[in-house]
Design a protein around this ligand. Structure first.
Ligand code: PMP
Length: 395
């Protein structure tokens, strides 16, 4: 008999399963608000101009595709550290490795923490991006949740969150969404962040700030404020960066892990261990996407171009949120203003699982059963359909 005879079939990834169902749907006007991908007004995943230009330069240069160092392209790692930390922390106190997207950064830090602190607990927000639980569980941790989403008040229950962190064991790893919380869209206010930072310091917790959407909420500067405040507080912590969305480079797998250490010597030791994890997992990261991002970030004109294109994506999402709420109100559906109070690509709409199923079955509008809609996939062509459908299932 095969050694795999007893292997069980794993459950389907719920989001990918939804996509398959969407693809199989024969209705012409179907709308997919399930996946986490930004689309432009014409429904396409954009190629940013700054990316196009950097890509052309790189191709013209005809550089060979050799191996990168284990920790990635040095120019990239430095540019990421500048973007993430500015001057909030001495650069030599931070160990940075280029990673395979934000997911890869989370996996490397999870493995490193498990090697260093195997008995630590891990706390993620309730709810959180599904992969947070999966990655830390697979790395060997017990994963629990801290309260976050408050359905009744449509926002964050920061009192409950802080209370949970207050009672966490010292050394507990706390995964925080730096901005544009996935899946809810509700972020902490600057005052909330101060409270969270204070309890992290007081209880000696290990924060991981997951930053997959810097620039999608307010600006690069404002969205990075919490990360810089944590770094400036002089504590250990990590930042996991993804450029999948902000550079629209999803498949290139461009991300970074930054670990803030006590001093340069500690950062060197930590980096040496991160490199072993990388070496034994995928050896070294891919070349092209990181070269594009490094070129854009280090050229002032290109960087300004990127900020403007990033602002364009951000503004378009906000316009779609407003248009959705206005349309629902005009259609006689009330109580949708919370959608414009949220940030980023996602909205916890407040629709129930039953309503989400009805959206799908009766109106060919696809979102997650949790009520999560990807508002970054709305556009002038599909908006009216979505409004009509939501109004129909919620009245
Ligand atoms: N963290 C969060 C909160 C995310 O939403 C995502 C992307 N869905 C990631 C990390 C991972 O990003 P990447 O696709 O770059 O691995």
């Amino acid at each position: 008999v095969s050694i795999f005879a007893t292997v069980q079939r794993a459950p389907r990834d719920p989001i990918l399963g939804l996509t398959e169902q969407f693809v199989a749907d024969q209705r012409e006007h179907k709308v997919n608000l399930g996946v986490g991908v930004y689309q432009d007004a014409s429904g396409k995943v954009p190629v940013l101009e700054c990316v196009r230009a950097a890509d052309a330069d790189l191709s013209a240069g005809g550089k060979p595709y050799g191996y990168l160092p284990i920790d990635g392209l040095a120019a990239y790692d430095n540019a990421v550290a500048d973007l993430v930390f500015d001057d909030s922390v001495e650069r030599d106190r931070v160990a940075v490795v280029q990673s395979l997207g934000g997911t890869g950064a989370l996996k490397v830090i999870a493995d490193f923490l498990h090697q260093t602190r195997p008995d630590a607990g891990v706390l993620i927000s309730a709810p959180s991006w599904e992969n947070h639980r999966a990655i830390f569980t697979r790395a060997g941790f017990e994963v629990a949740e801290y309260p976050y989403y408050d359905a009744d008040r449509r926002g964050v229950d920061v009192d409950a969150m802080v209370a949970a962190l207050q009672s966490a064991e010292p050394g507990t790893v706390v995964v925080l969404h730096a901005c544009c919380h996935n899946p809810t869209g509700y972020d902490l206010s600057p005052a909330d962040w101060e409270r969270v930072l204070a309890v992290v310091v007081e209880r000696d917790l290990f924060p991981i700030l997951d930053m997959a959407y810097q620039g999608f909420a307010t600006s690069l500067e404002a969205d990075g404020a919490a990360v810089r405040a944590f770094a400036a507080a002089g504590i250990n912590g990590a930042v996991t960066t993804s450029f999948s969305k902000t550079f629209s480079l999803y498949g290139e797998r461009v991300g970074a892990l930054s670990v803030v250490c006590a001093d340069a010597d500690e950062a060197g030791r930590v980096l040496s261990q991160l490199k072993i994890i990388v070496r034994t997992t995928y050896s070294n990261p891919p070349t092209h996407g990181a070269a594009i991002v490094a070129a854009v970030l280090t050229d002032p004109a290109q960087r300004a171009g990127w900020e403007s294109e990033l602002g364009g994506m951000r503004d378009r999402i906000k316009q779609m949120r407003t248009a959705l709420v206005d349309g629902l109100t005009a259609a006689g559906a009330t109580g949708w203003e919370h959608i414009t109070a949220q940030n980023g690509m996602f909205s916890y709409s407040g629709l129930t699982a039953e309503q989400m199923i009805a959206l799908r079955e009766e109106h060919a509008v696809y979102g997650l059963d949790s009520g999560r809609l990807c508002v970054a996939a709305l556009n002038p062509t599909n908006l009216d359909r979505v409004i009509t459908a939501i109004a129909a299932v919620s009245n």
